[in-house]
Design a protein around this ligand. Structure first.
Ligand code: NDP
Ligand code: MG
Length: 383
């Protein structure tokens, strides 16, 4: 298998390279990052890719010098990302960049007939109608890496999609599942970055704490599995043991369980339909004792509730939801806004937007830009 990785220095990217290390039949043909050239150089020396993309042009120049003894091509910017997403020698592209930056390389990879191992959920949320119909047209597989969607995908094997009655996405509820709304008013960046069960990139860790991540995953599930929003339920399952479930028309429920380890869904996406040995802890039910469930609180997790509204309105509204969230989260991480402002800013941006149905890529990117500007303007008013 020949693999190109978009975002090899991140949480998913580095765990993907662990999967490569644990097996001996994956050739990494390309790696990429936004700017972390120190780690890219290490990865290049270990995995010998044909190409490296550094989005940041100056950093790409620096990397060129430091890897000049290697037989590797260094590219940069969006053109570079597209080049590694479409290169001849790759047969599968793993999309592990964070944010909407993944849309264009994913579209081009599909057109170049590469299978996609998809972690970058923002791409499906905002351009799901384009991605899924292109995948159909070019006959490529979209293999979910997100743990919940991988669980659903695993629970669908051997069954008919027409006999699915609903999908039950599980959520950990994040660090604030037991906090009161009042407590959330003064949440610090440090507290929000402490996820109880998973270790992930900064943006998705904040999204998990607000449950916006689950909102994005609801929209991701809609596109991946072709279900309606009424058929997607979310339940909090704090132990992160049940990774998600599918209920069929006869009331039977099939779930996938396991210890929380992203290497399993990554490996399953790469080797599908094969399963390979994977080390690590195994679930010991007797030791765990109980698995518990809770309903997500729609007031405390307003950002989650808004995702259903955005999804049902459809068109460019999920882009506004996602782009407003991306902008607000980066401002929160830079301590420019308060924690509860994130959901308020998403709501404000959605209220100010009139959705365009079936948007083109250009309309999606214009909507993204407008949503960023909107949020910025609202922030200037708060401060
Ligand atoms: P990280 O922030 O850890 O990593 C992001 C990666 O993308 C880094 O390699 C980063 O490079 C790279 N990157 C960012 N911007 C650009 C750019 N403009 N051009 C090229 N590369 C870029 O994120 P995660 O790994 O946590 O998440 C990646 C995606 O996977 C997200 O969409 C997330 O929602 C999804 N996901 C993540 C899970 C997890 O467990 N982490 C679980 C399920 C889904 P650099 O290091 O230089 O910044
Ligand atoms: Mg997930």
């Amino acid at each position: 298998m020949k693999l190109s990785i978009l975002g090899s220095t991140g949480s998913i990217g580095t765990q993907t390279l662990d999967v490569v290390r644990n097996n001996n039949d994956i050739e990494v043909v390309a790696i990429s990052a936004n700017s972390n050239i120190e780690l890219l150089e290490k990865q290049a020396r270990e995995f010998n890719p044909e190409m490296i993309c550094v989005y940041d042009v100056d950093k790409a120049e620096q990397l060129k010098t430091s890897v000049s003894d290697l037989n590797v091509k260094v590219v940069s910017g969006m053109d570079g990302l597209i080049e590694i997403a479409t290169m001849n020698s790759a047969d599968i592209v793993l999309t592990a960049v964070v944010g909407m930056i993944g849309i264009r390389p994913t579209i081009e990879a599909i057109k170049a007939r590469k299978d996609i191992a998809l972690a970058n959920k923002e791409t499906l949320v905002t351009a799901g109608h384009i991605i899924m119909s292109l995948a159909d047209e070019y006959n490529v597989k979209i293999l979910p890496v997100d743990s919940e969607h991988s669980a659903i995908f695993q629970s669908l094997q051997g069954n008919k999609r027409s006999q699915v009655s609903k999908i039950i996405l599980t959520a950990s509820g994040g660090p604030f599942r037991n906090s009161s709304y009042e407590d959330l008013k003064n949440v610090t960046v440090e507290a929000a970055l402490k996820h109880p069960n998973w270790s992930m990139g900064r943006k998705i860790t904040i999204d998990s704490s607000t449950m916006v991540n689950k909102g994005l995953e609801v929209m991701e599930a809609k596109w991946l599995f072709g279900v309606d929003y009424d058929q997607i339920d979310v339940v909090i399952q704090p132990q992160s043991l049940i990774h998600s479930m599918v209920e069929y028309v006869d009331g039977g429920i099939i779930a996938q369980l396991g210890t929380p380890d992203m290497k399993l869904p990554i490996q399953y996406a790469l080797y599908y339909p094969d399963r390979k040995w994977l080390g690590g802890e195994r679930v010991n039910f007797a030791e765990i004792g109980s698995i518990t469930f809770m309903k997500p609180d729609p007031i405390k997790f307003k950002g989650f509730r808004l995702a259903y509204d955005a999804g049902r309105i459809g068109g460019t509204m999920p882009t506004v939801y996602n782009a407003a969230n991306e902008w607000a989260v980066s401002k929160f991480l830079n301590k420019k806004i308060k924690y509860l402002d994130i959901a308020d800013l998403i709501e404000g941006a959605m209220e100010g937007h009139k959705a365009i149905q079936n948007p083109s890529l250009e309309q999606i990117l214009e909507t993204e830009k407008a949503a960023h500007e909107d949020v910025e303007e609202m922030i200037n008013k708060i401060n």
